[in-house]
Write a protein that binds this ligand. Structure first.
Ligand code: HAM
Length: 421
């Protein structure tokens, strides 16, 4: 679990705001969901045999002896909330959430035990148009962040639950006689979650998979047509993608389309955003069968990528802790200084004004101001107090110090920071 210090937090804010702007501009509505849910929600929703449920959950017994889990992902909780609040009844929904998720994984660059997802979920849309919309939203994220060239898209068609089950059976039948060749993890998965064997990095396992049955052989015409519909839209939008028949994802709820946005610039943890359709999940969690589709992006990974490849200098935009510093020449003026700062903030939106605290000589106060990158200091002494004025000092020496009325000072700052009337 990581600490995010001011420098990274500035990039975080910039990146998250842009992503949120994309979601809001597409009329997705923000929701907030609990961090703690009943453990059963994830064992049922995400799947008993997944890595997440088998070995990565932070679970605890609460005082009633009920097993609760820190959410490892957002989709199951989102479906629970929509169902409990009756928001899936005869209506469609497009929502998004942002927040921390918890998985007991082996930490490394881009993989943490507490990480932050921005997720979008949609309900009530059976056609491939919504998958195209979700994927295109991703494409707009990367454009907005200036990292589009460094992210590629992989998609796959998992078909319906029944089609996938037929494929699973065929895969198990093919692999079982050769199970001694499989790596240890895959041997275990042969019993629990055979599709994940396709993900194995082991060379001998991959060799064996070479002649294994392919999922596409088990897809019926409706599934194929659905996927072709998505591909046609992506083609029309000129969104490049590759179809990766081995892309199965680590959560059990997917049906039909799955997709991942991947970067090759971050090493092993290259999936920055992933999602797909989950038509069975609402029913599995106790609702009426309702189609669903969504994705979640890992903000830490997007930040790492932005830092690695973006031409944009975040520190040029926001390199300082404050823009203006109000010096307190005498402690008895302090209330006046706080109030002056409040008035100026109201007159100068976007300008960050810090009031000195902690007494001390003017020289030391100006040094403090300089340390936090401030360009303008305001000083109020006895003369200014009685005249209702303020002295403006340009710390970079761009102009002589001036004593102005509050209104004149606000205008001077407006001009200096080039903000509109
Ligand atoms: P997921 O693939 O498990 O899917 O996670 C989505 C993204 O979260 C990953 O692509 C990655 O960027 C980020 N992520 C996952 N684990 C970690 C970690 N340990 N450290 C840092 N980042 C991580 C889901 O969670 C699904 N709920 C996505 C979804 C939403 N599908 C449909 N709707």
């Amino acid at each position: 679990m990581r600490d995010v210090l001011p420098e990274e937090a500035r990039r975080w804010r910039l990146v998250e705001d842009r992503l949120r702007d994309c979601l809001l501009a597409s009329a997705y509505e923000e929701i907030h969901l609990p961090l703690l849910e009943a453990t059963e929600l994830f064992s049922r929703g995400v799947g008993e045999a997944t890595d997440i449920v088998e070995k990565e959950m932070y679970s605890l017994l609460d005082r009633d002896g009920d097993s609760m889990t820190l959410r490892p992902e957002g989709t199951a909780g989102c479906v629970r909330a929509m169902l409990q609040r009756g928001l899936l009844y005869n209506q469609t929904q497009r929502v998004f959430y942002a927040g921390d998720m918890f998985r007991y994984e082996r930490p490394q660059k881009g993989r943490y035990r507490q990480f932050y997802q921005l997720g979008a979920e949609t309900f009530g849309f059976p056609g491939p148009d919504i998958e195209a919309e979700l994927i295109y939203l991703g494409a707009q994220f990367w454009e907005a962040l200036g990292i589009a060239e460094h992210v590629r898209l992989e998609i796959n068609n998992l078909g319906t639950v029944t089609e996938r089950q037929a494929f699973k059976d065929a895969l198990v039948a093919y692999l079982t006689p050769h199970s001694d060749v499989l790596d240890v993890d895959s041997q275990r998965r042969l019993q629990t979650n055979p599709l994940r064997i396709l993900d194995s990095k082991d060379a001998a396992t991959q060799d064996l998979l070479h002649d294994a049955p392919e999922l596409t052989q088990f897809l019926g015409p409706e599934s194929t047509e659905h996927f072709d519909g998505l591909r046609a839209t992506l083609d029309a939008l000129e969104v490049p993608y590759t179809v990766n028949a081995r892309l199965v994802r680590g959560l059990d709820y997917y049906t039909h389309t799955v997709f991942e946005w991947i970067t090759d610039s971050l090493g092993a943890q290259g999936t920055v955003c992933a999602g797909g359709r989950y038509n069975g999940l609402v029913e599995l969690l106790g609702g009426k069968a309702t189609p669903g589709a969504g994705f979640a992006l890992g903000l830490e990974r997007v930040l790492l990528l932005h830092e690695a490849v973006s031409q944009e200098d975040v520190n040029l935009q926001i390199s300082t802790a404050a823009d203006v510093y109000v010096c307190v020449l005498d402690q008895q003026f302090h209330p006046w200084c706080l109030d002056l700062a409040r008035k100026l903030r109201a007159a100068l939106p976007g300008i960050r004004i810090r009031t000195h605290a902690g007494a001390g000589k003017l020289k030391n106060q100006l040094r403090r101001a300089d340390q936090c990158g401030v360009r303008i200091a305001l000083m109020i002494g006895a003369d200014e107090m009685s005249a209702g004025t303020v002295t403006v000092k340009y710390l970079r020496g761009e102009a002589e110090q001036q004593t102005l009325t509050l209104e004149q000072a606000a205008n001077a700052l407006r001009g200096y920071f080039k903000i509109g009337p």
